[in-house]
Design a protein around this ligand. Structure first.
Ligand code: SAM
Length: 478
């Protein structure tokens, strides 16, 4: 049997694409290799959102070169994802030992393309967007053994033209997956033991599908995302929690806030990228909202349920960003009270409109601003977590913790909780919603004990063991 390794860089969307690639390969008789040394196929699934991620890929490919030439001449080496889409044939020309370059819309063809390579075909780049008939690879959870938490794709591509962002060029224009397919996939996860789903899309809240109730108005900011959320909640009663990432603030309308107020399985947390707190910079970034508009939208979301939290993405050192602009960003971080911030130094990307602007903030200034941003945001995260000590939180347990006798799960927002399993000895917590008394706060997580009421409600017989991929607190970005 042929064996594969898929190595993932970048965002959750890439992690999700990697899972689908593995499923497609397994459906064609492949199995996972234990190490690169015994793999017949190595796929590097890449990210090109920032230059650093792209450099990482180059060094990885470089490391595989000797393995291919010396140890394993039959090895097929493939690059997938955003760098593949961006570079296409050029990557084949530049990397001598590379066999396949495959774009995000061509993943279903992977087994066939690899078979061609094994049969001696010349190196090949396949990077065609499926504009006319978009394909969405449906997840195939193992019967009865789904992880507690799964991602479900709702759309691909992006129609925004943020001046810094390469995504519209590597993922193409927006195409939406039919709502019926999405609901089916959510139901399939739940039928196989899943409890939580995170809906995925580059601008997940711009979703449209003619089969759903129409948007609330003709306002172009309105979408059918709130209708999709309602349709999932109504159509999959066994679903315990529903999240989504990443929304664009432009579509965070009153209808989205109404959906949060109505749908009790929606998480009390939204990750809403802002990028900057300065109107001057937001305009140059072509974000299509002002700081005041962002603030009003986020405050409306925060008011929908008690204890709602917001996290965000911020870019520092965008061309022309002055110290005053950066101070405006710090001020916004304090004002909104973000509980988590993913901060990035601006990185000029091919094809993007911002390339025309002078990258005039020095590398050392970018690093210094990023450090100041993290100092503030980490203090806010710590204060937020410390406030939760002594409270009771409902934790969805995702699997056993790293320390024997502990379990790991998340609150209704998104805080990671290490649950002391001793009081629950002999009972299976995975997949359960457990009330936990929070006893300790760490830098990025919490610890606690199941309450007496929670213990008596737990099933006594051991639960099934589920695949558990430990996740980071918030969206996974490199
Ligand atoms: N949907 C998100 C939004 O509303 O902008 C975009 C997701 S993007 C894949 C993840 C994050 O990477 C962005 O929010 C942004 O903060 C960061 N990013 C994107 N392009 C960048 C660039 N050229 N330099 C630095 N950071 C960048």
């Amino acid at each position: 049997m042929s064996r594969y390794i898929v190595h993932t860089f970048g965002c959750q969307m890439n992690a999700h694409d990697s899972d689908r690639m593995e499923e497609v390969l397994r459906a064609h008789g492949w199995s996972a290799a234990d190490s690169i040394e015994d793999a017949d196929l190595v796929v590097l699934n890449t990210c090109s959102v920032r230059e650093k991620a792209e450099q990482k890929l180059r060094s990885e490919v470089g490391k595989l070169a000797p393995l291919k030439s010396r140890k394993n001449r039959g090895l097929v080496l493939a690059v997938a994802g955003c760098v593949a889409q961006q570079e296409g044939e050029k990557l084949l020309a530049r990397v001598a030992h590379l066999d396949l370059v495959i774009g995000p819309d061509n993943l279903a063809e992977l087994p066939m393309l690899v078979a061609d390579q094994m049969a001696g075909a010349p190196p090949r780049a396949r990077t065609v967007f499926d504009l006319d008939a978009p394909r969405f690879l449906a997840a195939a959870p193992e019967p009865g053994a789904a992880p507690v938490s799964a991602f479900v794709t709702t759309m691909k591509g992006c129609d925004e033209r943020c001046s810094f962002c390469i995504v519209p060029y590597t993922r193409g224009p927006e195409r939406y997956r039919p709502a019926a397919e999405i609901i089916d996939e959510v139901a399939r996860w739940v039928d196989n033991g899943g409890r939580e789903v995170t809906l995925l899309g580059q601008t997940v809240d711009s979703y449209r599908d003619p089969s759903l109730p129409p948007p609330a108005s003709d306002d172009p900011d309105e979408s059918q995302f709130p209708s999709l959320l309602r349709a999932i909640a109504a159509g999959v009663p066994g679903l315990r929690r529903l999240r989504y990432t990443s929304p664009h603030p432009r579509h965070a309308t009153a209808s989205l806030a109404d959906a949060h107020a109505e749908i009790d399985i929606l998480a009390r947390h939204v990750h809403m990228p802002v990028q900057s707190g300065s109107d001057r910079v937001l305009k140059r970034m072509i974000r299509r909202y002002t700081r005041a508009e962002y603030t009003a939208r986020v405050r409306r979301l925060l008011s929908t349920r008690p204890d709602m939290t917001i996290s965000t993405d911020i870019i520092v050192g965008f061309p022309g960003e002055t110290e005053q602009d950066f101070q405006a960003t710090l001020d916004l971080v304090r004002d909104i009270g973000f509980v988590g911030v993913f901060g990035f130094k601006y990185s000029p990307r091919p094809f993007t409109p911002a390339l025309k602007l002078k990258d005039d903030v020095s590398e050392s200034e970018k690093s210094e601003r990023l450090a100041r941003l993290f100092e503030l945001s980490e203090a806010q995260t710590r204060a937020h977590l410390a406030r939760l000590v002594g409270t009771r939180q409902v934790v969805l347990v995702e699997g056993p913790g790293k320390t024997p006798g502990t379990w790991e799960g998340r609150t209704e927002r998104n805080e990671i909780v290490h649950v002391d399993g001793r009081p629950a000895e002999g009972r299976a917590l995975t997949g359960e919603l457990v009330e936990v008394e929070i006893t300790q706060a760490f830098k990025h997580s919490l610890a606690g004990l199941p309450t007496t009421a929670a213990l008596s409600a737990l099933p006594k017989d051991g639960g099934r063991s589920r695949p558990f991929r430990r996740r980071r607190a918030l969206p996974l970005v490199v």
